[in-house]
Design a protein around this ligand. Structure first.
Ligand code: ATP
Length: 357
């Protein structure tokens, strides 16, 4: 397995790109450590497939370099990069047995049958598919086919990286959570460098130690699931991650203070920089109903099981709060309190407050 470095990587599908808007990938610099579990998370069109294709060698970047363990592979074709890939839909041979499907990537590389047998047995045990080994793949259910496809991606221990491209798309929702946790467990056992591409936050946060969040061709934050939740570096991360996402509210900066809809708001700490579009970011988990605070009128209450999401209008702006226990009625006048240590200022999307230490 290898450490992967992306250095000053940029890609445009246009022959003569001019501004940043012509780039499907703006400048990306990052290091993926050997043996790490990473997710690449972002909405459709943010550049995930472009980046994946550059790593696998299907696409040569317009600028920058890709290194595997400090070896420049930018111009190497896919077959010389030694990568295993698992795609959205299972890639298996229907006429072969499950055993032969799992053995295929090893036999193809000329490994001895004794080793092939050891590895297939080991992977089949991890995936809990031992009883299917003699079954023809054509007879498998779609989720079992995808399991075997994953097994094919994991069976070689000599690859630089295993890449998963939205591997749970075609899986029945009831079985998704099972395969999701299985993959996490598999990573812990095989310790390969893995990159998991998805637009689904639950998949990314369950699988990865480190999540790379992308928006419009740019990496907006790299962090652990907890870091992304607790301290979003960009309003996009706050809004995209969480259920519901962070409240992002128009802020008015005046005389060293910040207000929202004409009411003063206390922030976590010192404000940095100046100018630009100022917004307050606070997660619904840190907004509470109280006796004092911002005056608001309840617009909607949704019971989502463990708690309720109360949406209240402060002036013309909706603010969401997660409330445990009793909830107010629609139309009721309430007060909202923002937990100051969780209330941040963003400037042109980027975090502009320092945490109080
Ligand atoms: N072959 C291509 N030619 C021109 N533009 C492309 C090409 N492939 C992708 N793009 C553009 O590059 C941008 C990034 O697309 P990309 O497919 O990498 O995003 P994505 O995050 O993988 O989205 P999805 O999940 O929908 O595949 C988009 O604006 C897309 O329209």
């Amino acid at each position: 397995m290898a450490k992967i470095t992306l250095s000053k990587l940029r890609h445009s599908y246009m022959p003569n790109p001019k501004g940043p808007e012509d780039y499907a990938l703006k400048e990306i610099d990052l290091d993926w450590e050997d043996g790490g579990a990473y997710a690449l998370l972002g909405p459709s069109g943010c550049g995930k497939s472009t980046l994946l294709n550059i790593i696998s060698g299907l696409l040569e970047p317009s600028e920058g370099a890709i290194l595997f363990d400090d070896r420049d592979v930018t111009s190497l074709p896919p077959d010389q990069r030694n990568i295993a890939q698992v795609f959205q839909f299972p890639v298996i041979y229907d006429t072969m047995t499950v055993y032969d499907n799992l053995a295929f990537p090893l036999r193809n590389r000329g490994f001895a049958e004794k080793f092939v047998n050891e590895r297939v047995t080991e992977i089949a045990a991890m995936l809990e598919v031992e009883e299917m080994l003699r079954t023809r793949a054509a007879h498998l259910s779609p989720d079992n086919k995808q399991k075997i496809s994953m097994g094919r991606g994991l069976v070689r221990d000599d690859v630089n990286v295993v890449m998963f491209d939205e591997p749970l798309t075609a899986i029945d929702p009831h079985l998704k959570w099972k395969l999701r946790s299985k993959l996490r467990e598999l990573h812990q056992r095989v310790r390969a460098t893995m990159i998991y591409v998805t637009h689904d936050q639950t998949e990314a946060l369950t699988f990865a130690d480190q999540v790379v969040v992308m928006q419009e061709g740019e990496v907006v934050q790299i962090g652990t699931p907890v870091e992304l939740f607790e301290r979003p570096q960009h309003t996009f991360v706050g809004h995209f991650i969480g259920s519901p996402g962070m409240n992002v509210l128009a802020a008015d900066e005046r005389d060293g203070g910040v207000s929202f809809e004409g009411q003063a708001v206390a922030l976590e700490g010192k404000v940095t920089g100046q100018g630009g579009l100022a917004q307050i970011g606070i997660r619904p988990e840190f907004v509470s109903l109280s006796d004092t605070g911002l005056s608001a009128r309840v617009r909607k209450v949704a019971d989502v099981g463990r708690h309720s999401v109360v949406e209240a209008m402060v002036g013309d702006t909706p603010v969401k709060a997660i409330v445990e226990g009793d909830t107010p009625e629609q139309g009721e006048e309430v007060h909202l309190a923002f937990r100051p240590d969780q209330t941040r200022l963003y400037r042109d999307g980027w975090l502009a407050t320092e945490a109080r230490t």
